[in-house]
Every structure is written in C-alpha cells, then in structure tokens.
Design a protein around this ligand. Structure first.
Ligand code: NDP
Length: 331
C-alpha cells in the first residue's frame, strides 16, 4: 500500500518535492484492530502550519512520517467489536491507501443521507467552522453588511451564505472572474470582487459596501484584511478564521496597525479554532443540514481523483485551484 510522508519542511510555498511516496506492506488486523480503505482525503490550508516545526494549537508533523488529515474510509477486515466490514468511518488518518486502526477516534458516518465527501466539507470541519465563526463572533443582524474573503472556498462560501440567511448585505472577495461570478449566481451573495484584478481593493470595497462594514469574515489576512479596517462601522466584528495569504511567507509581512480603527469604532477582532467549539458541532451540523434541505445553502466541491494527486491537490489550495471544498477521491 502507498503512503505519503513529509520529506522536507516546505520553504515558502510547498512543492511536490516536499512529499515522498513509499510502498509498505499491510499486516492482518489483530484482535481489536481493523483495516481501513481510504475513500476521500481532505486537503486543508491548516496542514501547511503543521509542516512547520513550531509550537501551535496542534503538533507539527514529523519528518519522514505520514501526513494526516480528515479521511473517509471504508472498513475492510475487522477484528474490532464496534466496526464491521463495509462500515464507513471518518477520522484523522494517515495519507495511506490502506491502514490498520485500533478504532480510536473513528466516527461512523451514514452512507445514505448525503454524499460522503460532504462530511469533509459543508457537513464537516469547514462548514462547521463557518457556522461557529459566524454564530459566536460574527453575530449577523438583519440589514448589516458582511464582507468575506476566500469567498468561493470551503469555509468562505458557507460563511457568506450564512450572512445571507441572516439578512445581511454580503460582499465576497475571491481570486478569479469565474469565482466572482459564482459568488452572486450560485452562492447568492450581493457582490463579488476579484482581488487579483482589482487595483484598489479598498475603493472597490467602499463602493460595494455603501453602509460600511459590520462583519468581516477573514480567511486570508494580509493586504485584503488591511483594506477592511478603514471601512469598519461602530460595533463591527472581525472574525479571524484564517490567514492563507501569509501561511507561505518566510518573513512576517508588514501590516497596518488595526488598533486605531478598532478603538474608534468599538470594534472587535477575534481569532478562533473550530475545535474549541466541540459542544456546538451537532447544533452546527443540524443547522447546515436543514439549510441544505431547504435549498438556502449551496455547497460546491472540487474533487480530484487518485491517491497520487494528494500533494498536488494540497498545493493547489495556494493557487486557488478549488471552488468550494478541495477533496481527493481515492476510490
Ligand atoms: P479554501 O477552500 O478557501 O481554499 C483556499 C483558498 O484560499 C483558495 O482556493 C484561494 O482562493 C485562496 N487563497 C490562496 N492563496 C491566497 C492568497 N495568497 N491570498 C488570498 N487568497 C488566497 O480553504 P478552506 O475553506 O479550507 O480554508 C479557508 C481559511 O480558513 C484558511 O485560511 C484556513 O486556514 C482557515 N480555517 C480555519 C479554521 C479554524 O478553526 N480557524 C478551520 C478551517 C479553516 P482564491 O482563488 O480566491 O485566491
């Protein structure tokens, strides 16, 4: 079976050379063990942080060890009392085509309610991230203006639609004309801005947000976030969800100082990690499922096929290759 190891700690943007494929033998499961056949692999921007050797909310990956991420797998041969052949499970698993497990951390998922890949996206970590960020920090009110960056991505597309469901005027920022078109046509946002082709983002934002900005759902950080500060309204909330624009930087970029803008507007800026909100996961999943069923929430996925494509799919996140959740379908 094939396994993908972290070969080098990436310097700047990850390259295929930072990953190593090896072939391993897989043993038969002992008592209390089972075999998992990988079906869908989630590739996520936060994995870039784990490739750095630095202290964070999650341990860094070790060199020459398998990378792990959220994976959906089918149970094969099982000597575990809680899992039988054919069960579909999800867990933080190694980038391996097949692997042994002791069942720890595995969660069974229904294979008849939604497409399986949805449990890695809209009904999984990214959808739940958008929900808890909006609910706990964004607190959208009818008639407010919300800006969301990374708006055509997995978290951003859901965060923007939650704003619409709550009655906000929503402006999305994304990196291609095709994505910007999707923001309004498919995700129901009011306006889209292509940050790659717009010379003056702040001017474009000002035009798109005539009443100022009450909520900024930030997935990217960097210069786009800087452009927002001068547009904040009294009592505005900034949700620091992600900062993909700086994840590959080798030196910390210069940024404008947000304090004066926060102070004079009694505005707040708060970071969060989705796993700190575990007690809200089931509420989030229920709400997201209901909105999907009611047609109020649309979700998109970019599904790349083949175990071999996992590193490329991951690297592609930094080139904007995905619309909605980036997922690798293995079998
Ligand atoms: P996405 O589906 O949004 O994929 C990443 C997207 O980021 C790309 O498609 C690209 O879109 C955009 N992007 C890449 N490089 C840059 C750049 N330099 N500047 C601006 N945009 C860029 O990923 P996710 O939805 O999984 O994650 C979105 C953000 O949320 C990430 O920052 C992630 O780390 C964070 N996150 C935080 C969590 C938390 O608990 N706080 C949990 C999950 C995710 P484009 O074409 O528009 O450039």
């Amino acid at each position: 079976t094939q396994t993908i190891l972290l070969k080098n700690r990436p310097d700047g943007k990850p390259t295929k050379d930072d990953f190593k494929f090896i072939t391993e033998m897989i043993e038969s499961p002992d008592k209390g063990q089972l075999i998992l056949h990988t079906k869908y692999v989630s590739v996520d921007p936060y994995l870039r942080g784990r490739m750095r050797n630095q202290k964070s909310y999650i341990e860094p990956f070790a060199l020459n060890e398998p990378i792990t991420s959220a994976i959906i797998a089918e149970v094969g041969e099982s000597n575990h009392k809680d899992f039988k052949k054919g069960d579909v499970v999800m867990g933080e698993l190694a980038w391996k085509e097949h692997q042994l497990s002791n069942g720890k951390g595995l969660q069974k998922i229904p294979s008849d309610q939604a497409e399986l890949s949805a449990y890695l996206g809209v009904l999984g970590m990214t959808g739940i991230t958008a929900y808890v960020g909006m609910t706990n920090i964004g607190k959208p009110q009818d008639g407010e203006t919300q800006v969301v960056s990374g708006a055509a991505g997995a978290v951003g597309s859901v965060a923007g639609q939650i704003g619409k469901i709550k009655g906000c005027h929503v402006v999305g920022i994304a990196g291609s004309d095709k994505k910007v078109q999707l923001l309004t046509q498919d995700f129901g946002m009011d306006k889209g801005i292509n940050y790659k082709t717009t010379a003056d983002i702040q001017k474009a934002l000002k035009e798109a947000c005539p009443n100022g900005v009450d909520i900024y759902y930030d997935n990217v950080g960097g210069e786009i976030a800087d452009a927002i500060f001068p547009l904040l309204n009294h009592g505005a909330r900034i949700i620091n969800c992600g900062a993909i624009a700086v994840y590959n930087k080798t030196e910390m970029p210069q940024s404008i100082s947000p304090q004066p803008f926060l102070i004079k507007n009694s505005a707040s800026m708060q970071g969060f990690i989705v796993r700190d909100y575990k007690d809200q996961f089931s509420e989030a999943r229920e709400a997201l499922t209901q909105w999907l069923q009611d047609g109020k929430l649309k979700h998109k996925e970019t599904i790349v096929e083949g175990f071999d494509t996992i590193p490329e799919a991951f690297i592609g996140l930094f080139d904007g290759d995905n619309i909605g959740k980036m997922v690798v379908k293995v079998v």
